[in-house]
Design a protein around this ligand. Structure first.
Ligand SMILES: [Zn+2]
Length: 305
């Protein structure tokens, strides 16, 4: 906690690409916004490579992301390429930080061990068209957990030996955060205004540690934003619901929330969100076609309202 006489923290923003494909024009817009906001605030910008998933992350994409963003004209003060006081800046090298956060949540009674596969969760919920008013769960979001293993609080039937509370490491099992059903999570987004999500309805008990031995995006993100002193998170609006989850994690971990600034998503001409498979709109392809950074950043593109 800061005392009243100390000055407010300097603005610290971050760029957090995940190297599972080439960046596209939507990423370029969001990262450019993050860059401008840090620059206008006279603050620092951190490059953090979100290469948590060993199955999907590729070094070639990580290298390409740094190269594409530099080509756009974006500069950062700390990162995997130029180091800094909070190194390492690649999530694959920060496992000890995530285990400490997992342990803190476990000791606080916020987690339970879950033996369900994603398929189990989906079949317990019924076919996609039967839930969520016919809207499919976003591809990058997790389905609402039906609560199958919620009662596994004090013991871990899948693991021999100590009770959950005595565990030092997660083991080969999924761990979920138990959300406060019915609680409204509200925050003011600096770009999109007031936001409200209901725990248990808009999102359910979410994974914080995966059975394949990797922290979830949600856990790694809050642990890193706190450890790196991030004061404002600029990212795509597809992560608004993740922000509600991360507010719950910050509260459980006793961490302050950063400010939030979510950018509208660029969509293709059929109104679909851009994905890494939109190769024609990747920065690589646009560069090869001779487009300039100015052209990419200023072109009229449809956005999701
Ligand atoms: Zn389960």
């Amino acid at each position: 906690m800061r005392d009243a006489s100390s000055s407010p923290p300097l603005y610290r923003g971050r760029l957090a690409p995940s190297p599972t494909g080439h960046l596209h024009v939507g990423h370029a817009r969001t990262f450019w916004t993050a860059y401008l906001r840090a620059r206008e605030a006279g603050g620092a910008l951190v490059m953090r490579m979100e290469d948590l998933d060993p199955q999907r992350s590729r070094k070639v994409y990580a290298d390409a992301a740094l190269d594409d963003l530099r080509w756009l004209g974006i500069r950062w003060q700390e990162g995997p390429d130029n180091g800094g006081p909070f190194a390492p800046y690649a999530q694959s090298k920060r496992r000890a930080i995530y285990i400490a956060a997992w342990r803190k949540l476990l000791r606080a009674g916020c987690l339970f061990a879950c033996r369900c596969s994603r398929k189990d969760v989906e079949s317990a919920l019924g076919a996609p068209h039967e839930r969520d008013g016919g809207k499919l769960v976003a591809e990058d979001d997790e389905p609402i957990y039906p609560g199958t293993c919620r009662h596994f609080t004090g013991h871990v039937p899948q693991l021999p030996g100590p009770t959950a509370i005595e565990l030092e490491a997660p083991g080969p099992i999924n761990w979920r955060f138990r959300v406060p059903d019915g609680e409204a999570i509200e925050f003011i987004d600096r770009n999109l205004g007031p936001q409200r999500f209901e725990a248990g309805k808009d999102f359910g008990d979410f994974v914080v540690w995966r059975r394949d031995g990797v922290a979830s995006y949600q856990l790694a993100c809050v642990a890193d934003d706190a450890a790196m002193g991030i004061t404002e998170v600029v990212r795509g609006a597809d992560l608004l619901k993740s922000t509600a989850r991360q507010i719950l994690l910050n509260r459980a971990l006793g961490l302050d929330n950063p400010a939030w600034y979510h950018c509208r998503l660029v969509v293709d001409h059929n109104g679909r969100r851009l994905a890494k498979r939109h190769d024609a709109l990747s920065l690589r392809a646009l560069r090869q076609r001779g487009l300039t950074p100015m052209k990419i950043l200023s072109a009229e593109l449809p956005v999701e309202i």
